[in-house]
Design a protein around this ligand. Structure first.
Ligand code: NAD
Length: 444
């Protein structure tokens, strides 16, 4: 059976999903409430940086399988499977997720659903959302119970979004309790993801709440792994031990593994921080808050790394930032992304600027977003420009461009050869041999 797919919310997740589904051969219509985003996408101009995505977008616009709109009426008319990919950010001043956008999307779509269709939630949501939205759909869609809801959480990583979408580690689908609706939803999703299932991708079928929880449990585990190694870094700092050696030695244990075990400035971005906070908030509402108290510690360890980074830089400058110049390499929350949401790098840069230093930031791809988020920082067009005249250089996002920097060349432009490697991305011996005072988190 051929399906016509729609994707509602075309940000990092939705634009990737829409382009990749079109690449698989489906006809896809993407919708966003942001008109500028839609006109850029329709012109083949990706509104954010994601390696390898723009060619996929362009070739599917050209072959006519992918189109974009701002009309919910058109989306309902066109599609028989509707993916909900809108944002679920942290609420202002609270831990809980802001569900306004998800509700607005369903409220706008439902009144136009007048024939049988499948609505598939992909956004990361508090457990219980799917059940609530299914009831809302049944009550407000003219198709009634023939507008079926499934939950299909997304696990893609920015920087690897195309590969992760086309070749995911697993597909998880949460189905309704009604047997007939569940059978139809499962059959439809197996057809949509047939190419991935054919290559052996595990297809895990669950109920709504389990599928919603898989996503936040995965993020809670990943955040815990990062904060675990960063807690070890704190101990290493106190004991004059080397956390990079410790991490390497741990990683040879198959039961532990080396992924997400890199010590450094910690996690950020539009997912892990807000997802673990929303998970704690939701567990609290369910009376299970005790189960997740460790996540508060995970969050605090993570934030403490940013504070330690600022302290270390200040220490190197003799105890004060006033009148000093700091060069910051990196603004994105991680390399190969232009996303600066809850970016540790920008957080550190802003804090140092707030303490009286002149801070100049450079990032290979995230400059426009960083400028918008922190307009009072200075920005330089290259790493040497950001480092020019600096009393200390801070490496805060591990772009390969920074890993490959020549310490001799950078030495030419700085005022003092102090560098703090916030991501353990550089070779200390190499930098020390070039005359730098090299410092890193968790290392002597
Ligand atoms: P994003 O902010 O980049 O995109 C969200 C998009 O939704 C925006 O373009 C916004 O204009 C649009 N939108 C808001 N309200 C809308 C409405 N009522 N109708 C239609 N569109 C609307 O966010 P994102 O990073 O793509 O994340 C989307 C969801 O996916 C979140 O729940 C997030 O937690 C989850 N997720 C993200 C990633 C990731 O790596 N970015 C990975 C897995 C899951």
């Amino acid at each position: 059976m051929t399906h016509r797919l729609t994707v509602i919310g075309t940000g990092y997740l939705g634009a990737t999903h829409a382009a990749c589904m079109a690449d698989l051969g489906f006809e896809v219509l993407g919708l966003d409430v942001d008109r500028e985003k839609i006109s850029r996408l329709a012109a083949g101009d990706l509104p954010f940086y994601e390696p390898g995505l723009e060619p996929v977008l362009r070739r599917n616009l050209e072959n006519g399988r992918l189109r974009f709109t701002t009309s919910f009426e058109e989306v309902a008319e066109f599609g028989d499977v509707h993916f909900i990919c809108v944002g679920t950010p942290q609420k202002q001043g609270e831990y809980a997720a802001d569900m306004t956008y998800v509700d607005a999307a369903v409220d706008a779509l439902a009144p136009h659903l007048d024939r049988p269709c499948l609505v598939v939630g992909k956004s990361t949501v508090p457990v219980g959302t799917a059940g609530r939205l299914a009831r809302k759909l049944a009550a407000t869609a003219p198709a009634g119970e023939d507008a079926v809801l499934a939950w299909n959480p997304e696990f893609l990583r920015e920087g690897f979004a195309v590969k992760d979408t086309l070749h995911p580690d697993r597909i998880v689908v949460g189905l309704p309790s009604d047997a007939e609706a569940a059978t139809l939803a499962e059959k439809t999703l197996r057809e949509v993801y047939a190419s991935m299932i054919a290559e052996g991708t595990p297809f895990v079928v669950a109920d709504y709440p389990t599928s919603e929880l898989v996503k936040v449990a995965a993020n809670a585990f990943l955040a815990t792994k990062i904060s675990f190694i960063n807690a070890m870094a704190e101990v290493c700092e106190a004991a004059h031990a080397d956390v990079t050696k410790l991490s390497e030695a741990l990683s040879h244990d198959d039961r532990i593994g080396g992924k997400f075990l890199g010590p450094g400035l910690g996690f950020g971005g539009g997912c892990l921080p807000k997802d673990i906070r929303a998970f704690m908030a939701r567990a609290g509402e369910l009376g299970a808050d005790q189960a997740l108290t460790f996540l508060r510690e995970v969050d605090e360890i993570n934030i403490r790394r940013r504070i330690r980074m600022v302290d270390l830089a200040r220490e190197l400058l003799g105890g004060s930032f006033i009148g000093r110049t700091v060069g910051v390499l990196g603004a994105a929350f991680k390399p190969d992304s232009d996303d600066v949401r809850d970016s540790p790098a920008l957080d550190v840069a802003a804090s140092i600027r707030g303490q009286g230093a002149r801070v100049t930031v450079y990032d290979p791809k995230a400059m426009p977003n960083a400028r918008r988020a922190q307009p009072t920082l200075n920005f330089g067009p290259s790493a040497p420009d950001a480092a020019r005249g600096a009393h200390v250089v801070l490496l805060l996002t591990e772009w390969s461009e920074f890993r490959e920097m020549d310490p001799h060349a950078l030495a030419e432009v700085v005022a003092e050869k102090n560098i703090v490697d916030g991501r353990n991305a550089l070779d200390p011996d190499h930098w020390r041999a070039a005359g730098w005072n090299y410092r890193a988190l968790g290392r002597p």
